[in-house]
Design a protein around this ligand. Structure first.
Ligand code: SF4
Ligand code: SF4
Length: 323
């Protein structure tokens, strides 16, 4: 019997999700036995035409990581969708926009100014910027369009399942692949990780007093965090209350607060908004002055509350081309 075909593709991301596949180590061996990898440009020499020549729907599952920032990424996402039975948004960037989507706080114009003109290490006396089309020695060269907005994958194609994480952990990748191979998938649209908050499984949750009240917000570089005490109660922003469970509390185990990479639970519309709302109820201070003092240590609110979810947020998803 023919093995199911699977494909991997990489859009706007750092490459960590591709690394996560390699990190499966020997656990990848039974997967490779059970499936036929037909497209994985990061690891092997595949061409776009290899996919174009395949019949529609002939790939069982495509795992697409990364957000969508360029016309090429949108084109490839649509091509993979056309050729695949299932599409899995692999990792935070595909699911929610991820780190690349923090660029939605600025504009394409400002990004180009910084990257091609203002950065101290740039030498560009002619003020050249990339163009989508240019003729050199009679040959037309093209580049993808750099969009104004960073999109999450389901802004451009229908996504069947979501694997959260920056990157997804080995356990949830293996569980997802096994569920696919055994045909034991939940209803479409599901995030393949438990639908409860990280706090619910965090070993430090029991150290929270009944009434949490936190003083001035601190950064992890300001104090030596107590590894036996809930980070929030130490005045450190830990995104655990607004973040989906399933990573095994990896950062907490490393004495670092959660930064929220597993995204929100199903009932939460906006991960950053939920965390801000949680903080609102436990921050000490009742008037404007005392609250301003308490939040003075919060130097990067967007990067703190929306580090991985800007494309999915009520703030970041509102921007459109040309606005
Ligand atoms: S806030 Fe962070 S440290 Fe505290 S219980 Fe939740 S996940 Fe654990
Ligand atoms: S603790 Fe938070 S940031 Fe760290 S891996 Fe888990 S979900 Fe991601």
């Amino acid at each position: 019997m023919a093995k199911p075909k699977i494909a991997f593709y990489w859009c706007a991301s750092c490459g960590g999700c591709e690394e996560a596949i390699v990190d499966l180590a020997e656990q990848i061996l039974p997967v490779v036995e059970a499936v036929d990898i037909v497209f994985w440009p990061c690891a092997m020499d595949f061409k776009t035409r290899d996919i174009e020549q395949m019949a529609n729907g002939s790939i069982a599952v495509a795992f697409i990581n990364g957000a969508v920032r360029t016309s090429e990424q949108e084109h490839m996402a649509k091509l993979m969708r056309q050729k695949s039975g299932l599409v899995v948004a692999f990792g935070s960037c595909a699911g929610l926009g991820g780190i690349p989507a923090l660029a939605n706080l600025t504009s394409r114009k400002k990004i180009f100014e910084a990257s091609y003109h203002d950065c101290p290490s740039v030498f560009n006396p002619d003020g050249v910027e990339p163009k989508t089309e240019v003729v050199v020695d009679g040959h037309k060269l093209t580049l993808p369009t750099f969009y104004e907005t960073v999109y999450k994958l389901d802004d451009v194609i229908t996504v069947d399942y979501y694997l959260p994480g920056c990157p997804p952990t080995t356990d949830i990748i293996v569980n997802a692949i096994n569920a696919i191979l055994e045909g034991k998938l939940p209803p479409k649209g599901a995030v393949l990780s438990p639908d409860k908050s990280l706090c619910s499984s965090c070993k430090l949750n029991d150290t929270k007093p009944d009434q949490v009240c936190i003083g001035p917000i601190k950064r992890i570089i300001d104090i030596i965090a107590d590894p036996e005490k809930c980070f929030l109660t130490q005045g450190l922003i830990c995104m655990g209350p607004a973040t989906r469970d399933g990573c095994g509390a990896l950062c907490i185990q490393g004495n670092m607060p959660c930064t929220g990479c597993f995204g929100p639970t199903d009932s939460c519309r906006d991960q950053g908004g939920k965390m801000i709302s949680s903080l609102g109820g436990i921050l000490e201070g009742e008037d404007r002055d005392s609250l301003q003092k308490a939040t003075k240590g919060l130097v990067d609110p967007s990067g703190t509350f929306y580090r991985y979810s800007m494309s999915a947020s009520l703030l970041g998803s509102a921007r459109k081309e040309g606005e």
